[in-house]
Structure formats: C-alpha cells, structure tokens
Design a protein around this ligand. Structure first.
Ligand code: BG6
Length: 484
C-alpha cells in the first residue's frame, strides 16, 4: 500500500472520535496501514498537536476493538497525527494547510498521495472541494481521493448539483462515497455467497424465489438529531441509500467472484432496472408512517412529535416500506419488500429470501407447509440461517420448520468503517456507492418524496415498540405473503 497523507475535515467531531480514529488504529495494529503515513486533523477550533493526539488516544481507549494497551505502538501511531485549524470556507486557510501537508510529506519522504476525508456537515462539501482545488492541495504529484459521507444531496436536483461541484475537483474514480452498510461483513459477503455456492446459485432468481424481504429495524428514536432527521425522514435517511444498496447487493447475479468494475456495473444495471411506481398506484405499493408513544424494553417512550426538537405538527416519516419490482428477466415478478423504521421492537438488519412452494418442477408440495427461507443476518449479530421442514420427533404426522444456522464465530470482526477505509486506501471502490447508483436511487425515490410533499400519501401511525404499522402487513397480505 502506498504511503499517503490522510487529511481529515471534522477532526474534532463525533464520527472521527467514534469511528475514524479507532478504524485507523485497528488497521494500524493489523498492519493494514501504509508503512509511512501522516494524518492531518482539521477543525475550526485551535487545538495543539499534543492535545489533538490526546483526544485521539482517548477515542482509542473508548471505541477501538483492538486494545490500545501497547504503549509504544500507540505512541508510534499518534506520532503520525498533526492538527491545523481551518475555516472550511477560507481559501487562505487551505494554503496554510498545503504548507503543513507538504512539510509532513518532506519530513517523511513520502509521495504526494492525499486522501481527503469529509466528516463534516453537507453544506461544507462544496466549498471544501472547491478550496482543495483553488489552493493547489488537489494538484500534488501523487494520487488524490475524496471520501465523503452521506447525505449525498437532499433530493435528486441537489444531489446532481453537489456531484457537479465535486466533479470540478475530483474525477468519479477518485470519489469514495461511504454507505456504511456496504462495509458490513455480511453485505460484503453477498456476492461471494451467491457466486461461490452452486446450491445457492442454482436457486437464485425467479424460478425458485418467491419474494425477497429487506428489513432494517431500529429501536432507537430520533435521538439528538431532530434538526437533521425531521427534515429527512426514513426515505432520505435510510431508504434512498442503505436499503436500495442492500437491494442492489442481493439482486447481484454474477457467475463467479467478480472484479470491482463488474460488481459496480451490475449494481448500476439493477438500479436502472428499478421499476418506477406509477403515481396512481403509489399508495398500493408504499407505506409511510410515524411512531406514537409506546413502550420499549419495559420503558415508556414518547411519540415522535414529542421528541425534543421535533415540530409538534411534523408529518415526517419514521417508517417506510415499499414493494419494489425489477425490470430484469432474472428477477421478473419477484417482489422485493423493503422496510425500515425507528422505535420498533428490535434492532435487526436482515435479508430474507423466501422460496416458492411448490417449486416450478411439477412435483406437488403441500401448500400449507412453511416456506423455505434463507435468512441473511447483517446485524447486530451476523449469520446465515436456512429454514427447512422436518418431521417432528414428538408428534406423528406433524411437520415443523427447523433451522440450519451459522453464526459467525469471530467475535472481533473489523467494523464497517475499517473495511471501507482500508479499501479506499488501496484504491478499491467495490463497496462504495458510484454516482450512477446514487443518482438512480434518488430518481426512484424522488416522486415518492414529491407525493409526500403534496400530501398524496397517507401518514400511518404505529405504537413505539411494535413491529410497525398495520398497513405494512397489509402491503404483503395483498400478495398472500407476510413479513418474516
Ligand atoms: C445511519 C442513519 O446512516 O444509519 C441512522 O443516519 C441509522 O439514522 C443508522 O440509525 C443505522 O446504522 P446501523 O449500522 O446502526 O444499522
């Protein structure tokens, strides 16, 4: 891996503390960082290098999965960190930054490879990219890359505008758009799982699959993020990005383990194949809902509209479900049911593939039997389960479902951010969202958002601590299906 400088905007922020420093440290301990590297932290505040290093160290003690007990190792790691104060919008500050970066490059004798990580509010994305260009920071002799966090735009037109601005400084193959769901080990496993197991491969597709269900259910509410969340809601916060990315990953049907380009090409084809929901049929295919007061883990919780910072009249969606079809012969007529919501009964992200009964083989099967299921548990616990039918050892003539299950025996697996930063450092963009995917996803959700604004979609309610609104059950019941 080539030596480089990691330039971190938002170095005193929460994400840096919780995710980025621990990820860098874990990579360092696992010898997955370049032999020589420098990290330049940036923020508005004046902080000395020593104080900055102390903050980073504290974050390792609190959040790192690798124990920072080896004092010499921690000292070496922290030795790479410097801090510079910077006003994101002042080009002169970037010139100062360029001097710091160049000085460190010379001290370490490393090439001008620069990784810019934007861990800042989205309104700063454009000025930062512009100033990187203006100041000459982006015209070093080595490579330059940009890591950027969601939200990538607030809607289709703002996403396009943002992309245009970023493209003035960075080429598409230099932009690494983080969707942290793509960093989760089970999501990264999806392509390999279907491409390397002939049994799965043989069953993948509309001959044998009845429907696919993608769930991201959360117990947390809006937390301290009302200012952002009340303007975003579940569609923007989860569906446009994470949920549609999961759909693209599960719909992959590649004949063998494939190159990053092939995977991204295939994902783009899936995003292109998303069949737009007809305006007049919108309400048959989507469910928009908000939580009311309820009880979670034995404790009362307030309604969304009573959360601090939320408008009392807010119509924001804290839950969203949709039935989606792909215009792809491979998945023809297979509904993808997708749901995500806050303040639900459990924290669980999973994909359930329900197989047909009977299969298209002409062999008759009792339709009252439970369906065979393949369950991919993405988190919080990772695993894969297969549900089959078996004769009950206790009751004659009774057939009952049994489960074959694998759950990861590794208890200290790399975190999403670690996987993603590692990939970005070695220039592998497989698990980052390409602009085409982002744009197509926005396109698909845009008329839903427009219909929300025009009040054309009823807002359902669900009690906090339950599995969501009744309407979401009815969405599947129309097809004779139910959520798993
Ligand atoms: C974030 C959303 O992108 O993903 C949050 O902004 C959400 O609202 C989070 O809680 C869920 O991520 P995870 O990894 O906890 O499932």
């Amino acid at each position: 891996m080539e030596a480089m400088t990691f330039v971190l905007f938002g170095a005193t922020g929460d994400l840096a503390k919780r995710k980025i420093y621990p990820a860098l440290y874990n990579l360092y301990v696992d010898e997955k960082m370049p032999k020589a590297f420098s990290v330049i932290g940036l923020g508005r505040r004046e902080v000395s290098d020593v104080d900055f290093q102390a903050r980073v160290e504290e974050s390792l003690h609190t959040f790192s999965r690798r124990s920072p007990e080896d004092a010499a190792k921690v000292r070496d790691f922290l030795g790479a960190f410097r801090y510079t104060s910077l006003n994101n919008k002042k080009v002169e500050d970037y010139k100062k930054l360029l001097e710091v970066v160049e000085r460190r490059e010379q001290e370490l004798g490393i090439p001008q490879n620069r990784m810019f990580y934007l861990s800042v509010a989205p309104e700063f994305f454009e000025p930062i990219a512009e100033n990187i260009k203006e100041s000459g920071l982006g015209s070093g002799k080595g490579w330059k890359r940009l890591i950027i966090e969601k939200p990538f735009g607030h809607d289709l037109s703002s996403a396009r505008r943002l992309n245009e601005k970023l493209s003035n400084t960075f080429a598409e193959n230099e932009i690494y758009r983080i969707d942290h769901f793509l960093g989760k080990p089970m999501v990264q496993n999806m392509e390999v799982f279907s491409a390397t197991n002939p049994v799965i491969q043989a069953l993948w597709g509309n001959h044998y699959v009845s429907n696919i269900q993608i769930t991201a259910s959360e117990t947390v509410g809006v937390e301290e993020r009302a200012a952002y969340y009340d303007q975003s809601g579940a569609v923007r916060d989860m569906f446009q990005n994470h949920m549609l990315q999961l759909l693209m990953m599960v719909a992959l049907h590649l004949p063998k383990k494939s190159s990053p380009e092939e995977i991204r090409f295939k994902k783009k084809s899936t995003a292109e194949a998303l069949i737009p929901l007809l305006q007049e049929k919108l309400n048959e295919n989507i469910v928009r809902a908000q939580y009311r007061a309820g009880e979670l883990q034995g404790k009362p919780v307030v309604a969304y509209v009573d959360e601090p910072g939320v408008e009392a009249t807010s119509q924001n969606d804290t839950y969203f479900a949709a039935r989606v079809f792909l215009d792809d012969p491979f998945w023809n007529e297979v509904p993808f049911y997708i749901r995500t919501g806050k303040r639900l009964s459990e924290k669980s992200t999973r994909i359930v593939v329900e197989f047909k009964r009977p299969l298209n083989t002409g062999i008759p099967v009792d339709e009252n039997l439970d369906a065979n299921l393949l369950i991919i548990d993405i988190g919080p616990k990772e695993g894969i389960r297969i549900q089959l039918n078996a004769k009950s050892p206790m009751h004659h003539d009774t057939i009952e479902p049994m489960e074959l299950s694998y759950s990861s025996s590794y208890d200290n697996v790399p975190e999403a951010y670690e996987n993603l930063i590692f990939d970005a450092l070695r220039g592998d963009a497989t698990f980052f969202a390409h602009w085409d995917e982002v744009e197509l996803s926005w396109k698909w959700v845009q008329h839903i958002l427009d219909a929300f604004t025009a009040n054309e979609v009823p807002l359902h309610y669900y009690e906090a601590g339950t599995e969501g609104p009744k309407a979401a059950e009815e969405l599947l019941a129309q097809d004779g299906n139910e959520w798993h």
